[in-house]
Design a protein. Structure first.
Length: 293
């Protein structure tokens, strides 16, 4: 793929945006680490209904931000839109204040904006979106004690044929992975389906960052790989489980490194990446996507 611009570099990060005290915060906000979740991944009907509400608001926020992805907008402006949308719906932006690993600073914004070769966890800043960029927006809503998590890839302007194919294949790989998630199967089947489909087009699936259980905890500890991890990650899928499927496909090699901001992850070879994510519920005979507007 021939990128429109050579590479992404850091911009200036604006001050942390305020959240009214009346909006409920996740328990990790203001702490150095998130408490480990011990409640399992099969949730009660009451909890599932709460997750359904959070997931819907997150999906609406993603759609709102996605409409604003055009050449000339800054990723900080996209963050402002997402931040204000969530607050308007009495939701807390789950990423805001999420503790960093190994003493790194907490995430300072309401969502992740990851452009082109940035795989994930990009911090919104003064970077100006250019024609043809892939902008990955990952936004999560916390309401009523639970999280709903989703991500989408948006092309600014028309983009190239190669860029459009990467985005389309990544979305299709997610949907195929979701379809494979059925009761009685091991979670590693999801990644097997995703990786095989991606390989048809010469894409690699990122291995270092995965899907996860979500609900009362932002990350429950359940890992959903997007590659064939068998015989590992053999958790059996059960009705009542809620987790994310969020493949990141690279047009080149998936080897990556993290910037010194403690968050931003980029491909080593500069190849571009697309990502999509849904929060799904496992039902008695299949699955249901919860992150729909």
């Amino acid at each position: 793929m021939s990128p429109v611009r050579e590479s992404i570099s850091k911009g200036s990060v604006s001050p942390v945006r305020a959240v009214p005290a009346s909006i409920e915060r996740p328990d990790y906000v203001g702490k150095r680490a998130s408490a480990r979740w011990h409640g399992g991944d099969v949730h009660s009907a009451e909890t599932i209904e709460k997750i359904r509400i959070s997931a819907k608001v997150a999906a609406q926020a993603l759609a709102e931000v996605g409409r604003a992805v055009v050449p000339g907008v800054t990723t900080d402006e996209l963050d402002r839109l997402g931040h204000e949308f969530l607050l308007d719906h009495r939701a807390y932006p789950s990423t805001l204040g999420y503790p960093g690993a190994a003493g790194r600073p907490p995430f300072p914004k309401a969502m992740c904006t990851s452009l082109n070769e940035v795989i994930c966890h990009g911090i919104p800043d003064s970077t100006v979106v250019q024609e043809g960029d892939i902008v990955k927006v990952d936004i999560t809503a916390f309401m009523n004690g639970v999280h709903g998590d989703n991500c989408g890839s948006f092309i600014a302007g028309e983009g190239t044929e190669a860029t459009r194919q990467l985005v389309e294949v990544t979305h299709e790989s997610m949907m195929r992975g979701i379809k494979a998630a059925r009761p009685g199967r091991e979670v590693n089947v999801i990644g097997r389906v995703i990786e095989k489909y991606a390989a048809r087009f010469g894409y690699e699936s990122v291995r270092d960052y995965t899907g996860h259980g979500v609900g009362p905890a932002f990350h429950t500890g359940l890992v959903i790989p997007h590659y064939d991890a068998a015989p590992y990650h053999d958790d059996v899928i059960e009705p009542g489980m809620v987790f994310t499927v969020e493949p990141m496909l690279c047009a080149g090699q998936q080897a990556n490194h993290e910037w010194n901001d403690g968050w931003t992850v980029v491909t080593n070879d500069g190849s571009w990446v697309a990502q999509f994510e849904h929060t799904i519920l496992i039902t008695a005979d299949g699955q249901e996507v919860l992150t729909t507007p």
